[in-house]
Design a protein around this ligand. Structure first.
Ligand code: NFS
Ligand code: SF4
Length: 635
């Protein structure tokens, strides 16, 4: 294991960028530079392309303070923002639907390559969704019951709140959301309604539009809670695992297959296929068999459940290929750079798309279906074996550095840890640590990388600072990737960076734990959809402390936010009462009204709000201030 400083992580990236230049390969960092300076209309949200009379751009020039239709900056900014949010919510929700349909297939018997891995969670969920004692059923019938209940939350004609939100939010949050009419009904119905609302010449009221933005956030929450729960049922609830992260996890002696994207239905079955084809890999000359490595959120899914290594997060996906040892890059949906096609072509790497929603022209496509999952996975793995035989050894350059990672912190895993101290009231452990000021509160790092800023630096800088200030840190998505790669998910990092209170909190848990590993500085809760785990932990904490979430010292931060999905996550967190600090400018500054609503006024309406601070150290101070303010607040 190499050193665990974030500089080493960045050395890996620097090496690979240098290597790319030597080979004449253009990467995202170069393309970002070519895209600057940015158009200020787009940057501030005041370019409208909603109809074909546009683009309409708002300026202070006479006559240009409105678009052709008369929409002003406030309407245009609000509409553009909420369009982003709906796209984000659609991504997470469609992912959830795939998971639910797989569960339905298992229940019906048409999907044979997956099974119910956690019958207890299935039973529990069925009860939460309305199963009565009298209806106690066998596993397959329960799977069908849960799947059908979930599917009802995708579509219905009436506006009554969806079952899922009701089952997953605490009573105080629910009442608040209902009061301001942002509790969603059915996912598809709401998405269509909001898209209609955002049509040319429809809603011109920026406040009404932004309320729908919050509802879009709640749709996102509904989808991702479903995705997490169903994934746990099919593939198991994560518990602590020890693994590694960064480009150094690639091996010359193995067939390296990167799984990239989001839906674990594909990546999980590739893990099964790799085991089955171990002998074929040896016969092909890979002396150590097959090495599955993860990129982005699907990588996090595998890290959490299988201890699979994480080779890259969003911002370093292209660099993984430039090592010259990636034999296949298998992608499904979301956050996949189209540039991978050319970069893979510069090497022997076989790029394989698998989703009918996400193809690239001229790229191998192996359509993935749950009814023939293993068959597709075996085919994909054999393509990687064939590709390995074409590897050009002169192009290989694998940076050494990799970091130890302790991941797998589901809420169930955390409760099990806490229960070693408070057997009957595990959440009391966290509540007490907050009440007696051992820790200052909780910060959840969410979201992406963004080529506007140096790779991973905002995330890692802020995490180190907050740990020093005794903030308990959770993370998901590519923030988890950044923290894992930089060694901040190791127990060594606790010694190095935790303040005295946080260290005491973690060491006390560690002393009682029966885990074979220590505890890390930052608790990895999984992929972006697993922000639902963060929400569940907050819900349990609010219930334990008998306070509304808007009064708890909890905060979220997306220091390198990029995707519309991350915006949607931020939005539901705000809606349930949690402040969200972002360090990338949001495209809203063209409207003073929208900016003020998001950063100030929302606090009075829902308790949460956005704070925008590009400097990571200043953002850390804001987070610290929020936690202090909330801990002192009397609700
Ligand atoms: Ni989240 Fe995952 Fe990463 Fe951002 Fe993209 S991979 S769903 S969107 S970039 S964290
Ligand atoms: Fe211009 Fe209005 Fe059309 Fe937007 S909707 S492009 S502001 S005319």
């Amino acid at each position: 294991m190499s050193s665990s400083s974030s500089n080493s992580s960045n050395n890996n990236d620097d090496q690979m960028l240098k290597r790319a230049r030597e080979l004449g390969i253009v990467t995202a960092a170069d393309r970002y530079r070519a895209q600057t300076p940015k158009c200020q209309f787009g940057e501030t949200g005041i370019c409208c392309t909603v109809c074909l009379q546009g683009p309409c751009r708002i300026t202070k020039k006479p006559g240009m303070d409105r678009g052709v239709c008369g929409a002003n900056a406030d309407t245009i900014v609000a509409r553009n923002l909420v369009r982003h949010l709906v796209f984000g919510a659609a991504g997470h929700s469609d992912h959830a639907r795939e998971m639910v349909l797989a569960l339905k297939g298992v229940g019906e018997g048409s999907v044979k390559d997956y099974k119910i891995s956690d019958p207890k969670k299935l039973q529990h969920l069925a009860e939460k969704l309305g199963l009565t004692d009298a209806q106690t059923q066998d596993e397959k019938a329960l799977a069908l019951f849960v799947a059908n209940k979930c599917l009802q939350d995708f579509w219905k004609y009436d506006a009554s709140p969806c079952l899922w939100s009701q089952a997953n939010l605490d009573a105080k949050a629910l009442a608040k959301l209902q009061e301001i009419a942002i509790l969603p009904s059915a996912i598809d119905r709401e998405i269509v309604h909001i898209l209609h609302q955002l049509n040319m010449g429809t809603d011109a009221d920026p406040f009404n539009i932004l309320l729908s933005g919050l509802r879009a956030g709640m749709i996102d929450f509904t989808g991702m809670s479903m995705a997490t729960a169903v994934t746990d049922i099919l593939f198991g609830v994560p518990y602590p695992v020890v693994t590694e992260a960064n480009l150094g996890v690639l091996k010359k002696t193995q067939i390296n297959i990167a799984v990239h994207g989001h839906n674990p239905l594909l990546s999980q079955v590739i893990v099964y296929a790799a085991k089955e084809l171990h002998k074929e890999a040896l016969e092909a000359g890979a002396s150590e068999g097959i090495n599955i490595v993860g990129i982005c959120c699907t990588g996090n899914e595998l890290l959490m459940r299988e201890g699979i290594t994480s080779v890259a997060n969003y911002g370093t996906q292209e660099l993984a290929v430039i090592t010259g040892v990636l034999d296949a890059m298998v992608v499904d949906v979301q956050c996949i750079n189209p540039a991978l096609k050319e970069i893979c072509q510069a090497f022997h790497t076989t790029l394989i798309t698998t989703s009918p929603r996400a193809k690239m022209s001229g790229v191998m496509h192996v359509e993935f279906e749950t009814t023939s999952a293993l068959e597709s996975a075996l085919r994909i793995t054999r393509e990687a074996i064939a590709s390995f035989k074409r590897r050009d050894d002169t192009l290989i350059h694998i940076p050494d550095y990799k970091a130890e990672v302790i991941g797998g912190f589901s809420v169930e895993a955390m409760l099990a840890l806490f229960a070693k101290i408070e057997c009957d009231h595990p959440m009391r452990v966290l509540a007490n640590a907050i009440s007696n000021k051992t820790i200052k509160g909780i910060c959840a790092f969410i979201g992406c990388n963004n080529h506007r800023v140096e790779q991973d630096q905002n995330i890692t800088t802020m995490a180190r600072e907050l740990a020093q200030k005794d903030v308990f840190i959770l993370s998901t998505g590519c923030a988890s990737g950044a923290l894992a790669k930089a060694g901040l998910m190791s127990s060594l990092a606790v010694e190095k960076y935790a303040g005295p209170g946080l260290k005491h909190f973690l060491k006390q848990l560690e002393a009682k734990s029966t885990l074979a590993c220590g505890l890390p500085l930052v608790f990895n809760m999984g992929a972006c959809v697993d922000n639902s785990r963060v929400a569940l932990l907050w819900k349990l904490l609010a219930e334990e402390m008998n306070l509304p979430l808007s009064c708890l010292p909890v905060v979220a931060s997306s220091p390198e936010i990029m995707s519309e999905k991350a915006l949607a996550i931020g939005c539901w967190m705000v809606a349930i009462g949690v402040p969200v600090v972002v360090s990338i400018p949001l495209p809203v500054t063209g409207s003073a009204y929208v900016t003020e609503l998001l950063t100030t006024k929302l606090k009075d309406i829902v308790g949460g709000y956005f704070s925008i601070e590009p400097d990571p150290l200043a953002a850390t101070k804001i987070i610290d201030g929020i936690l202090q303010e909330r801990i002192l607040k009397t609700c």
